[in-house]
Every structure is written in C-alpha cells, then in structure tokens.
Design a protein around this ligand. Structure first.
Ligand SMILES: NC(=O)c1ccc[n+]([C@@H]2O[C@H](COP(=O)([O-])OP(=O)(O)OC[C@H]3O[C@@H](n4cnc5c(N)ncnc54)[C@H](OP(=O)(O)O)[C@@H]3O)[C@@H](O)[C@H]2O)c1
Length: 250
C-alpha cells in the first residue's frame, strides 16, 4: 500500500498496543518515522521489538498523556529528536464498564483524563510542531460516541467529547491542519481481550450485532488511519468515520 507517508513524522499516543501499534506498523511500512507514546516501558520495549524497524524509524516515548506535564514531555522529546510533527494519532484510551449508579468520581475522572484531557492537551502541545502544510490529526473515537452503548456511560461521554473536539479543532486549524476522527466498533486488541477475560460475554456474543458478522482486526482500523492521514486525502477535515462492520448503519 502506498499512502504517501514516506518521510512523515508521526506521533501515536497508545502506539505501544492494539490499534495504535497496528497504525505504527503500517506507517513505518509506508516510510514514516513514528514515536510511540505510552506509560509502560515494558510495553514500549515490546512494541519496538514487534516493529523491528530500527531507531531511525521507531522510538518509544514514555509518558502519561492524562497530565499536561506528560503531554509536554512528549512534545519536547519529539521536538528535540525530529523537529516537527506531520501526523498525530490520539489512540491512547481506556475503557471501563459500569452502570451510571456505580460510577465513582475517581473512575469518571480517570476516563475523562485519559480519553478527553489527554487528547485535548496532546493536540495543544503538538499543533505548534505541525509546521508543514498538510499536517493531520486523527483522533480515535468509538461507536460509543455515535450511538448508545449499554453499561458504560462514562466511556460513551468521553468518546462523544472526542468527536465534538475533533469538529471544533477542524474548524479552528483549517486550512493548516486537517483533524478527523476514526470511530471503530469492537476490535481484537488487548482492550477487548480484557473485556472478554472479565467473562460477562464471549467473542461470539460480542460479534452478534455486527452486520459483517465479526469484530474488527487492528490492521483494518490502521488502514483507515493511514488513509485519513495520507496526503492523497487532502479534502477531508472534521469528518467522523465509522469503521465498525456496519454496527452504526443499523
Ligand atoms: N479495541 C476496541 O474495541 C476499541 C473500540 C472502539 C474504540 N477504541 C479506542 O481505540 C483506542 C485504542 O484502543 P486499543 O483497543 O488499541 O487499546 P489498548 O490495546 O488497550 O491500547 C491502549 C494504549 O493506550 C495507552 N495508554 C493508556 N492510557 C495512557 C496514558 N494515560 N498515557 C499514555 N498512554 C496511555 C496504552 O499504553 P500504557 O497502558 O502502557 O500507557 C496502550 O498503548 C482507544 O482510544 C479506545 O478507546 C477501541
């Protein structure tokens, strides 16, 4: 696949796992240099091993993007090592299931801090490094932003905010930077593995509502992320793109 990402500098929060890692792999194959952001150095080192791309193509930045200080550390490291950013993928996210009456303040805060505040402030600190024409931000939303999902109102609220933020930034930063949001349905990543491990439902039950009859694979979301980031995709901004096997088409 040639997305035209050769020579591009990409920062991928949550690039050490799941969808972010799959996007990193595809971008590197297309000639981009990627910075993977995550909290766990163990996961970071393991991701670099999986990518097996060499330090000129892939670096790990250990940071917690749920704090402004963490976001600034990311920007500073990338500024020092690469001098600019062409693509920011905000894939760092956490999922929690709890009915409204059970959600504690700390749990609500944690989801909002990672999914909303982290996305918001990483955009804030990376945008000044997007100095070249055609830069692109891809936020990762969820089908939970587009329709109601049972039993996870805090997660739904956080992803709804990511969609609204995407549209606001698309207006404010046009024509310099394109800002779009990719909304996956269930995808076979460690996040979903943890949901399944809780034992409340099986993967077959999870797949049941999908018109395509299955949950997604990380590479299927990564392909859309790379397509959205591609310079060939120069007329798309403020878009909210469902990649969910038809789930939200119903
Ligand atoms: N998988 C799905 O079914 C699905 C569906 C819809 C939307 N999504 C969204 O897609 C995105 C990626 O999900 P995934 O399935 O790839 O999840 P995942 O496999 O659990 O990966 C999450 C990534 O985010 C990083 N992360 C979490 N909190 C962080 C923090 N505070 N600071 C920095 N990095 C942090 C994790 O690394 P550390 O833990 O080491 O920090 C990891 O690299 C998320 O936004 C998720 O909400 C996923």
């Amino acid at each position: 696949m040639n997305y035209g990402l050769g020579g591009k500098i990409a920062v991928i929060s949550g690039g050490t796992s799941g969808i972010g890692l799959a996007a990193a792999k595809m971008m590197i194959a297309d000639g981009a240099r990627v910075f993977l952001v995550g909290r766990s150095s163990e996961r970071g080192i393991s991701a670099l091993g999986i990518l097996d791309a060499g330090p000129e193509a892939a670096s790990f930045v250990q940071a917690d993007i749920s704090t402004v200080a963490g976001c600034r550390e990311v920007a500073e490291k990338v500024r020092q090592e690469a001098g600019r950013v062409d693509i920011l993928v905000n894939s760092a996210g956490i999922y929690r299931e709890d009915w409204l009456e059970l959600v504690r303040e700390e749990e609500f805060q944690e989801i909002m801090d990672v999914n909303v505040k982290g996305t918001f402030f990483l955009c804030q600190v990376i945008l000044p490094l997007m100095t070249e024409h055609g830069a692109s931000i891809i936020n990762i939303g969820s089908d939970a932003a587009l329709e109601g999902n049972y039993g996870c109102p805090a997660y739904c609220a956080s992803k709804g905010a990511v969609v609204a933020l995407t549209r606001a930034l698309a207006l404010d930063y046009a024509p310099r930077v394109r800002v779009n949001c990719v909304c996956p349905g269930d995808v076979a990543t460690p996040m979903v593995e943890r949901q399944l491990a809780a034992g409340d439902y099986t993967v077959e039950e999870m797949a049941e509502p999908y018109p395509l009859g299955r949950i997604g694979q990380p590479a299927e979301i990564a392909h859309v992320i790379c397509s959205v980031a591609s310079p060939l995709n120069s007329y798309m901004t403020g878009a909210v793109i469902a990649v969910d096997g038809g789930l939200t088409a119903k």
